[in-house]
Ligand binder design. Structure first.
Ligand code: IPE
Ligand code: IPE
Ligand code: MG
Length: 231
């Protein structure tokens, strides 16, 4: 079972309390550990967290810098514990525009945990579904040009194999907190048949109980994948 979470609402959580947006991001970041810890108990084998989109660079420089600081802190504080808990960490998105020290931390975390067999944790940073498709298209086109791939051999599987999520199953459930009813460029290829859920809490208030309720509701969903209803 693969769950994707669009961790939204940190800013509103803070401003509705008269606090700075970054206070909300800090509270949001502190929820991650608990949700990661509870995932295996809930039957989740892959968890993808949308942390920063390719569009989030449009925000004020100090907010972007504050978010980058939180990524650094999260990776530093959780490196050993994630490894100890047998979690395999991968990053989705284009790391190129990120600061060199952040990229090094990302490589260290994914390198250290690459042989772990517990929860698969994907962290999407500077991730955009359209950007991912562009990067996949470029690498497919390069193979066609150098003759290692023929145009007729391009299938759905070829596209999957060139996405950041290669070798991983599509998300079964995508949860977006804080009430917006959209994907905001999250896994637009992989979400073709994902169930969508919009719990009415902001990310800093997303507890293990709310998470469990989402999975319970998911268990009652009927997924047809285009088939006729079996009843
Ligand atoms: C989600 O919270 C965190 C990121 C997008 C990085 P927001 O910052 O989008 O919070 P709202 O939507 O403004 O409340
Ligand atoms: C989506 O949230 C991105 C992340 C949660 C990382 P946004 O807050 O950026 O999305 P919009 O702007 O409301 O669509
Ligand atoms: Mg938002």
């Amino acid at each position: 079972m693969h769950v994707g979470i669009i961790m939204d609402g940190n800013g509103r959580w803070a401003t509705s309390r008269g606090l700075a947006r970054l206070v909300g991001h800090k509270r949001g970041a502190s929820r991650v550990k608990d949700i990661v810890k509870n995932s295996p108990n809930l039957g989740v084998t892959t968890l993808t967290l949308y942390a920063f989109s390719t569009e989030n660079w449009k925000r004020a420089a100090h907010e972007v810098e504050g978010l980058m600081k939180l990524f650094r802190g999260y990776m530093q504080n959780n490196l050993l514990e994630l490894h100890d808990k047998n979690v395999r960490v991968r990053f989705l998105g284009d790391a190129t525009p990120l600061a060199q020290d952040i990229r090094l931390q990302m490589e260290q975390l994914s390198g250290l945990t690459k042989d772990n067999t517990g929860l698969n944790l994907n962290i999407a940073i500077n991730y955009g579904g359209r950007d991912e498709i562009i990067r996949a298209t470029r690498s497919i086109a390069a193979k066609v040009l150098d003759g290692t791939l023929s145009v007729d051999a391009i299938t759905e599987g070829t596209i999957c194999d060139h996405m950041d999520t290669r070798e991983q199953a599509d998300p079964d459930l995508i949860i977006r907190t804080a009430g917006e009813l959209r994907l905001s460029n999250f896994m637009i290829w992989q979400s073709a048949y994902s169930e969508l859920m919009f719990p009415n809490v902001s990310w800093p208030d997303f507890t293990a109980e709310v998470y469990a309720e989402c999975l319970e509701e998911f268990a009652g969903r009927v997924r047809r994948f285009g088939n006729a209803d079996s009843n």
